[in-house]
Each structure stands twice: as structure tokens, then as C-alpha cells.
Write a protein that binds this ligand. Structure first.
Ligand SMILES: *Cc1c(COP(=O)(O)O)cnc(C)c1O
Length: 388
């Protein structure tokens, strides 16, 4: 008997980074000093006081048992207090907050809570791949909303065909945005709430980067818009804000009905996040926030070095106001893939082809600010030598 993968796995898009990974391994084996601007994973350590909190609470046997499915009340209370102080949004910690094993986990499970086979999800493109793939896993169909420079990388809601809008069950949005680095303001979120009401579509806002703003810019929560809490849910994560990607801790907040439905899916799949990690999360959210300002300062400096350097190399990306991504247009005559390959082969620099995030990402590469500024200087020097 031969093993046959399920149809849903055979329908996955080909792994676009395979060729890059292969080339990268080959170069490293040859002794090339590879600079990795490919991954969206902070290189900085988790702040000390958060690690101390985990060490302390890991010692307590009360934390060794199954956690509660929907999350520790203390953690959910802490999330609600953080939303109040950071965004001025009031949440009922019991009904409107759900602990997640990282926000990716919640985003990936959300379609199981709201999509029936054949239902439409409105999905941005280029985007974090999870929105589309989780939709497909749930038997849904993605209708892609292109994020174009002429629209400041916001979806054009008026371009969604009426019939598609009526059929749609959920819309995914993500600001500050990965991969484009774009940001959204109140007027956009207001239009999204209107759209949700008109077409009875549930909004799922991925807000992983709200704490990564530069030059004093503080991105807003979707839930700050009146009525947003009735039409949608917002996903948040400790991963980027506190350099905790490996810890797996995030949360979903918003509509009590959606929170309950997602919780119902999860209670049949996982058994919650380790309590000691939730205690450490409380320390992160309620402790000294100077670590966040420091992190912002570091990425801002790196951004400035990269943007200035790329300009001097005749590449002209817009400086992002938030996120640790630079969305860099490719030089004339290069596709995303071709430019990524060139940078890797000729300069030993790993970037991500924009087309890997969806067809409208063609013509860009994504560079992540996840290496020190000396390494970014080195990367820029190598790019300049290629003379575009
Ligand atoms: C990093 C990231 C997340 C966060 O994922 P976690 O599972 O919380 O680590 C979510 N959405 C986007 C767009 C991201 O880039």
C-alpha cells in the first residue's frame, strides 16, 4: 500500500523558498559569508525580566498541569488591561479574549470556525500565506484583494465584485503589513467596518506589528473604530513585540461570538498554552515597557541604514513607518525571483521574492531588518558593487 497525501496537501502551492534554501546551503558550504535578510524572526533576545518570570513560574507544580482551554484568567485580564492602556479599547476578559499558542495558530484555525465548504474568504495578496492556506484547509475559496502601491498597499474594497462580497464570510487584513510594510489609518478601518456591515462579512485583523512603529508613530488597533468589535476579531502576538517568537504566545480579541467559536475549534484540537508561558506573558504586558522602545529604536536605526544604502545603490524603496520589513522594488528588467537569485549568487544576500507572497508582489523583494546594522552596512556595500 502506497501512502497518498490528502488532497489538501497536494493543493498547497509549491514551496517557493526551496530553490533559495538550496542555493543558500550551497553558498554556505562553499564558505560564503551569507547575510540573511530573508526571515521575519527577531535576532534580539527576549528581555531578561520575561525570562526570569518563566524560570520562576516553571518551578511551580500548579503550572505543570493542563492549562484552561481559553487561557488563564490572569493572562486574559492582563491582555484586557493592555488594550485599555495602549488603545483605549475596553474588552471583557472572559468573553472577548482568547489565549493562543502564537497568533499563527489562531489565524490558521479561524476558518474552521466560520467557513463552510465553498464559502469565500477575502484575502489580501501579497500576504502572510496562512490566510489563504487555512481557508483552503477549511474547504473555502480565497478571493484575492491585490495590495498595490497606487492604493498605498490597501485593498480596494470597491473593486470587490458585488456578488463575491455577498458570498464572502470573512475578510483578512493585516496592518502594519507584512510583507509590504504599509500602514493603515482610521478612515480605512472605518470603510472596512462599513463593508462588514453591508455584506455581513466577519473581519479578521492580524495586528502582529502594532508595536513596531518608528519615529514616534503608534499604529492603531482595528477595534478602536466604533462597531469593529461587533464585526470582527483582532489577532495579536507577543512574538514580535517582546522577541518571543519561540515561546508561542498570542491572543485573539473582539467579537464574543467569534472568540467563542474559535475557542470551540481549539478546545477540540489543542489544550491551551503552558501556564508558565502565560505568566511570563503577563510580565511582558504589565512589566517595564522600555524594552519595547529600545527594540523600536534598534529597528529604526537599521531601517535608516538600509534605506539610505539602497538609495545610494539606485534602488528606491519607501521607508516603512512600521514593521521590520523593507519592500524593495526590483531594478528594471528583473523579476522578484531573478533579483533574489542575483542578490544571493552575486552578493551572498538572502531576500524573499515578493511574488512568493502572491502574484501582485511581483516586482518587489522583501528585506527583513533582522540582522545588526553593521551587517546591513555590509549588505549595502555588496549591493552597491552590483551597480544598478
Ligand atoms: C510574525 C507574524 C505573525 C505572528 O505569528 P506568531 O504565531 O504569533 O508568532 C502573525 N502574522 C504575521 C503577518 C506575521 O508576520
Amino acid at each position: 500500500m502506497g501512502f497518498e497525501k490528502a488532497e489538501r496537501l497536494r493543493r498547497l502551492p509549491p514551496y517557493l523558498f526551496q530553490e533559495i534554501d538550496r542555493l543558500k546551503a550551497e553558498l554556505i558550504a562553499k564558505g560564503v559569508d551569507v547575510i540573511n535578510l530573508g526571515v521575519g524572526d527577531p535576532d534580539l533576545p527576549t528581555p531578561r525580566h520575561i525570562i526570569d518570570a518563566l524560570q520562576r513560574t516553571a518551578e511551580d507544580p500548579a503550572n505543570h498541569q493542563y492549562p484552561s482551554y481559553s487561557g488563564m484568567n490572569d493572562f486574559k485580564g492582563s491582555v484586557a488591561r493592555w488594550y485599555r492602556s495602549r488603545f483605549g479599547v475596553d474588552l471583557d476578559p472572559e468573553r472577548e479574549v482568547l489565549t493562543l499558542i502564537g497568533s499563527k495558530e489562531g489565524i490558521a484555525h479561524l476558518p474552521l470556525a466560520c467557513i463552510n465548504p465553498g464559502d469565500v474568504a477575502l484575502v489580501p495578496s501579497p500576504a502572510y500565506p496562512v490566510y489563504d492556506i487555512a481557508t483552503m484547509f477549511a474547504g473555502g475559496v480565497s478571493h484575492f484583494m491585490p495590495l498595490l502601491e497606487k492604493n498605498r498597499f490597501l485593498p480596494d474594497l470597491d473593486a470587490i465584485p458585488e456578488e463575491t462580497a455577498r458570498k464572502a464570510r470573512v475578510m483578512f487584513i493585516n496592518y502594519p503589513n507584512n510583507p509590504t510594510g504599509a500602514t493603515a489609518e482610521r478612515d480605512f478601518f472605518e470603510r472596512v467596518v462599513d463593508f462588514a456591515r453591508t455584506y455581513d462579512v466577519m473581519i479578521c485583523h492580524d495586528a502582529a506589528y502594532t508595536e513596531m512603529g518608528f519615529d514616534g508613530y503608534r499604529p492603531m488597533s482595528f477595534l478602536e473604530v466604533p462597531g469593529a468589535g461587533e464585526v470582527g476579531i483582532e489577532f495579536h502576538s507577543l512574538s514580535k513585540t517582546y522577541n518571543m517568537t519561540g515561546w508561542r504566545l498570542g491572543f485573539a480579541v473582539g467579537s464574543a461570538e467569534v472568540v467563542a467559536a474559535l475557542g470551540q475549534v481549539k478546545s477540540n484540537i489543542d489544550s491551551g498554552a503552558f501556564n508558565a508561558i502565560q505568566w511570563a506573558g503577563i510580565t511582558a504586558l504589565e512589566g517595564d515597557q522600555r524594552c519595547v522602545a529600545e527594540m523600536q529604536g534598534i529597528y529604526q536605526e537599521r531601517r535608516d541604514v538600509l534605506i539610505e544604502g539602497l538609495k545610494s545603490a539606485n534602488l528606491n524603496p519607501a521607508p516603512p513607518r512600521a514593521t521590520f520589513y523593507v519592500w524593495c522594488p526590483t531594478p528594471r528588467g528583473y523579476t522578484s525571483q531573478a533579483f533574489t537569485s542575483l542578490l544571493l549568487r552575486e552578493a551572498g544576500i538572502v531576500t524573499t521574492p515578493g511574488s512568493g507572497f502572491g502574484e501582485p508582489g511581483e516586482g518587489y523583494v522583501r528585506m527583513a531588518l533582522t540582522v545588526g546594522k553593521e551587517r546591513i552596512r555590509e549588505a549595502v556595500a555588496r549591493i552597491r558593487k552590483l551597480s544598478f
